[in-house]
Design a protein around this ligand. Sequence first.
Ligand code: GTP
Ligand code: MG
Length: 355
Amino acid sequence: MIKEITIALSGNPNSGKTTIFNNLTGLRQHVGNYPGVTVEKKTGETKYKGYKVNVVDLPGTYSLTAYSLEEIVARNFIVNEKPDVVVDIVDSSNLERNLYLAVQLMELNTPLILAFNMADIVKKSGNKIDISLLSELFGIPIVETVGSRGLGSNELLEAVIKVVSSRKEKKVEVKYGEEVENEIVKIISVLKEEKIPTFEFDVRWIAVKLLEQDRDIIDTLKKTSGPKYSKVEEVTARAIGHITSILRDTPEIIIADGRYGFINGALREAYEEVDQVKVDISERIDRVLTNRILGIPIFALIIWLMFQFVFTLGKYPMGWIELGFGKLSVLITEIVPQGLISSLLVDGVIGGVGE
Ligand SMILES: Nc1nc2c(ncn2[C@@H]2O[C@H](COP(=O)(O)OP(=O)(O)OP(=O)(O)O)[C@@H](O)[C@H]2O)c(=O)[nH]1
Ligand SMILES: [Mg+2]
């Protein structure tokens, strides 16, 4: 029997999702809309090592808050349709911003793989990413890809199969500091006490979303739990008030800061940025040398200079060599008696090499 896997490609706009989608699925793809909304839904499939792999191209988003239709569509797909694996296509030449979405996917507690796309740009920049350390710090497999050159697709599918067949739950949790964590605990316990349905969402995730005042989650909970929600609302409002008065910022901002703090902590350990001044200088030199108009004359000039250099400077060692060989022939004529051997050495060997 063919085993079937569904993977969803998420990622920031322009990170290379569609490129990788096309690499994976070839031409076997289908375009439609997500149920109920007119956001393009592209699905396709491929076969890999006895698996039928369905691939869904999710809308590009920077975040998973409820500010845009794309964000809601992406997270609802992940939560409701439960793809076996979410592959987050990360523009690895712009790590900090792109990892913000990755951290939120991590918090959703969905099986996740990060594709560090645009690896060619990173390589060219000279910046160094310690992929295995970053993967360990995030608790998520990371695969490097260069979508535009079709590199990394098999490695990606390999990682997908590994995640699907191992199902190991190694969760790294983002912590938001004691004050926020205490309030999260309170909200989780009221959600449990009141038996509020959290559907397929992780209960901690719901608590964080309530602190962030996520409209979509609040509306859903209100609708499904009726009057029981008022207790949750009360605890949440108190938590928000408490956090705001102590930390002097809304929980939404503190939580976003916490995610960036987590990302920056990991990047400090696993990412090394090359000295920008050096890159600028070498880029400027590059730009002049490879200029469309100046390139060829500069090339001709360099070659001419090289010839000059060789012929002018070359005169000196040439002189020394001639002098040396002259002395050597004189020496041999003196040592070796006149005859065939002497002639062979002086006229043949030294004459041949020395001239
Ligand atoms: N240098 C480089 N360019 C890439 C790579 N992968 C994709 N691109 C280019 O990046 C651009 C954006 O790629 P898309 O696949 O359209 O990105 P997307 O994530 O689908 O974008 P949206 O659908 O707009 O969110 C295209 O011009 C690709 O050719 C890569 O690994 N390296
Ligand atoms: Mg696209």
